[in-house]
Design a protein around this ligand. Structure first.
Ligand code: GH3
Ligand code: MG
Ligand code: MG
Ligand code: MG
Length: 309
């Protein structure tokens, strides 16, 4: 239980954007005056907003801003709110994003239609500022809870597959923008099938948790850690060059290999292999991931319990 508390505290430090931070609202409305007014009202209520007046730019702003909630006019030229909601709802990354429609149309069949298209709420204009704030705040809170829950791997509490990929892409974009280096590491437990076979699946799970805990405790709060698959982990190290990353991951490897896992009277050790690749040597997501993957493969082939670049 002490470990679990430790872990929760460490995760809290590691994932600062999930500590109380203002709700993020993307406002999509071709009516520039009204959009600006809604933005002001929500900002005054402590939220962060971004306004898009051209609905065709909404997907790109969505990817860049990562809102908790999209506040969207139902009728817009070129691409209406319903179409946009359908597009958003098709993407796994936005499953937890709330969509609230705005319209001056009081027709109830339209209301139902909007909810069926993936909207979470439907507000009729004009509406008093406190009503807007109340509705949006409640939905933002729900989206937050849902997102936090959906972002995490249930066994280790680390970012799950889709969330660590998303974080990696965000870090890549940031590194491109700022011209800073960063490193990307694949970690895979060695002969893990044997651990399960010999000591049981529950013991295997405990080993996975101990690695998660080690990674969370040892890395900086700006580093990103995810469980990519069964016994595969990804670490993203912002502002870290390839060389530094190699020694960081290798230190982790050594620490992990030194842990004595105890289960029902027996004791065993487990090791991992790592593959590390650096930006800007590899400058896009595909080549970075492939380079790290190939390095991991080499680590496995040349004896395991090692980190390769
Ligand atoms: P290698 O060194 O080549 O990576 O060998 P390996 O045995 O680790 O690799 P392999 O891919 O053959 O097996 C991975 C094993 O990881 C098989 C699977 O049972 C186990 N595993 C995957 N997810 C979990 C999990 O959530 N819990 C437990 N206990 N085991 C898991
Ligand atoms: Mg309109
Ligand atoms: Mg594997
Ligand atoms: Mg393995």
């Amino acid at each position: 239980p002490v470990d679990a508390i430790d872990m929760a505290a460490a995760l809290e430090r590691l994932i600062p954007h999930e500590s109380p931070e203002p709700g993020r609202v993307l406002i999509v409305d071709d009516d520039t005056v009204l959009a600006a007014r809604h933005a002001l009202v929500l900002e005054q209520a402590g939220m962060r907003t971004r306004v898009v007046n051209d609905p065709l730019r909404a997907p790109e702003e969505l990817a860049d801003f990562h809102p908790d909630l999209v506040l969207m006019e139902l009728y817009m030229p070129e691409c209406d709110g319903l179409e946009l909601a359908a597009i958003i709802r098709q993407q796994e990354a936005y499953m937890g994003t709330s969509i609230v429609f705005l319209s001056s149309d009081t027709d109830t069949s339209l209301h139902l239609h909007a909810l069926r298209a993936g909207g979470d709420d439907y507000l009729v204009k004009p509406l008093p500022p406190e009503r807007l704030v109340a509705s949006v705040a409640a939905r933002v809170q729900r989206a937050r809870t849902l997102n936090t829950f959906m972002a995490r791997d249930s066994l280790t509490g680390l970012y799950n597959h889709s969330r660590i990929e998303e974080q990696f892409l965000r870090e890549l974009a940031r590194a491109h923008r700022l011209g800073t280096p960063f490193a990307y590491a694949f970690i895979d437990l060695d002969h893990f099938k044997q651990v399960n076979d010999v000591y049981g699946h529950a013991a295997g799970d405990r080993v996975l948790m101990s690695l998660a805990r080690l990674l969370v405790h040892r890395l900086r709060r700006t580093d990103l850690v995810g469980r990519y698959g069964g016994e595969e982990f990804i670490v993203v190290l912002p502002d870290t060059d390839w060389e530094q990353a190699m020694s960081i991951i290798d230190e982790l490897r050594e620490s992990f290999a030194g842990i004595r896992h105890q289960i029902a009277g027996s004791e065993f050790r487990v090791t991992f292999s790592g593959g590390v690749a650096g930006f800007p040597t590899f400058s896009d997501a595909v080549t970075l991931a492939r380079a790290a993957d190939q390095a991991l493969y080499t680590a496995k082939r040349t004896g395991r319990n090692r980190v390769v670049r």
